[in-house]
Design a binder for this molecule. Sequence first.
Ligand code: PMP
Length: 416
Amino acid sequence: MMSDAREHFPILTQQVDGHPLAYLDNAATTQKPRQVLDAVVRYYSESNANVGRSVHAMSMRATDAYEAARETVRGFVNAADASEIVFTKGTTESVNLVAEGFVTELVSAGDEIVVSGMEHHSNLLPWHRVCRRTGAVLRVVPTDADGEITAAAFAEQLGPRTRFAAVAHVSNVQGTVNPVAEISALTRERGIPLLVDGAQAVAHRPVDVQALGADFYCFSGHKMYAPMGTGVLYGRAELLERTDPLLVGGGMVRHVNAEGPQKVFPAPALFEGGTPNIAGAVGLAAAVEYLTGIGMDQVAAHDAELTARAAAGLRGLDGVRVFGAQQPSGGLVSFGVDGLHPYDVGNHLSANGIMVRTGVHCAMPFVDSLGVVGTVRASFAVYNTPEEVDRLVETVATAEKGFWTNEHPNERFLSD
Ligand code: PMP
């Protein structure tokens, strides 16, 4: 199955500077299979109209497609009810919705919010802002020498004033898979709601939000073969009932008079004010169907195999450091080459047709804690092959010092 996955992605047939394209920047965004592209074109060609606003047949058709997409996503992450699936434009919006609409109301001065020390800025800055506005305190679970955390380390930061906690399912820097189910058992028994950032997990492993014990689970469609501008906030019904919307306006109110809104819709419409990205939701559902057509267990095995092959190959090179002790299983591997700036390695790889991410990966406090100016990150998808991994390793071996130096930490901002 996986062997023909490449053929499903029209973009991959191109050459870059005379080299066949090896797209290894999937943690930033994946390419889109024809099945997804076709679903979007079909939607615009046959069913385009606004949702939930008119009685006409086209609006009904668009509404049906949009709600069917929600049900498909519900099944993909095993939410109990489709109303627990809120469409957003990505993980960043999902986390901000929870921060602004739920946590800001929940905390007051002196209360605590706990996050891990390896968070992406999108699961960090919203909590900084809540703290700045409310006087709550952010407590960070320190990562160990390998840049990892345990559930026990998480437990140490949970105290009597902890009101909320947030953690990445999979680190976008090292690919570390965090013990989310163990962490949620700790937060649940203390009555602390837990948000899980699943941006780097959903494309690589089966996700069951109920089995994980996540109260909120956030992810981005564009990192799982779906169109840009698609994302999801899963929230347990009981918590969404206590959450305010980020956007107010058309589509989320049932009755408004001169004084303002008198009656709002329940979730999920409450959180989807304005015209939503209907074609995006349809494309996201097609991406879910694409992934489940392959089988998430097979996807996970494929991505883990490529990641292990890359980690082993890179570890075998002189002067190459692979970050993290865990056998990387999150579908990506981060590394550095002694004496070479990550940008030099990235430029060299790009000149050879290999696309990787370089820099601090929007996780500056964490990358700082690793004591480097940045890393080179190769991240894998269903269409990548062992040959591409070998090409990556062979090409890293020939990288040479170029324009960038390690002495100018501010250059990191260029890739943030
Ligand atoms: N969290 C993690 C772990 C991520 O990897 C990313 C994307 N790099 C985000 C959050 C933000 O996702 P988006 O940009 O799609 O909102």
